[in-house]
Design a protein. Structure first.
Length: 180
């Protein structure tokens, strides 16, 4: 069988990000940006969660020192800067976990600082850095075996691939940036 050009294959990473964005929305998050880019790097998903149910979420790490609530009460608002890693079985980097190096964390942190500078109305929100691990499997037309796998948080599929959100790591890494 001939090798097909790269343009023939769907962008697996973007499909994994789509799954994570849909899952976040289904759990009450608002997607503010997808693939937010700066000269420092890119953040796959920037999401916001508002409301009284945020108490547990607010216990997570914060980018900036907590400030007193303002008149518009942003105390219950939370921003999540989400890095999505989509991998197939047998990936070399522990399903994407080991790809979140200190250098990658620094790039994400700097890009988050750029985002907060561009949207100063969100600068007082609590922030955290999350990582989503998505497993991707090519669907074989001849596949008949039943394989037991870990329960997924969410799933989706295309004609050729099945995606599973296997793990969503809250506050996967901590960072302190000064946006001022």
């Amino acid at each position: 069988m001939a090798n097909l050009p790269p343009s023939h294959y769907p962008d697996i990473g973007h499909l994994g990000e789509d799954l994570v964005a849909q899952w976040l929305q289904s759990t009450g998050w608002i997607i503010l940006h997808r693939r937010f880019a700066s000269r420092w790097g890119e953040i796959d998903i920037i999401a916001q969660h508002d409301g009284q149910t945020g108490e547990k979420l607010l216990t997570q790490h914060s980018l900036r020192a907590k400030r007193p609530a303002t008149a518009n009460s942003t105390q219950h608002s939370l921003l999540a800067f989400v890095e999505v890693k989509t991998r197939s079985s047998g990936s070399w980097d522990a399903g994407g976990r080991s790809a979140i190096t200190p250098q990658k964390q620094a790039k994400i942190s700097r890009t988050a600082g750029i985002f907060l500078a561009q949207y100063p109305e969100k600068a007082d929100y609590s922030c955290r850095f999350d990582v989503a691990i998505v497993y991707c499997q090519r669907i074989s037309k001849n596949q008949t075996a039943v394989i037991a796998t870990q329960e997924a948080l969410a799933t989706s599929s295309t004609a050729e691939y099945k995606f599973k959100l296997q793990e969503y790591i809250l506050a996967a890494f901590d960072s302190s940036i000064d946006n001022g």
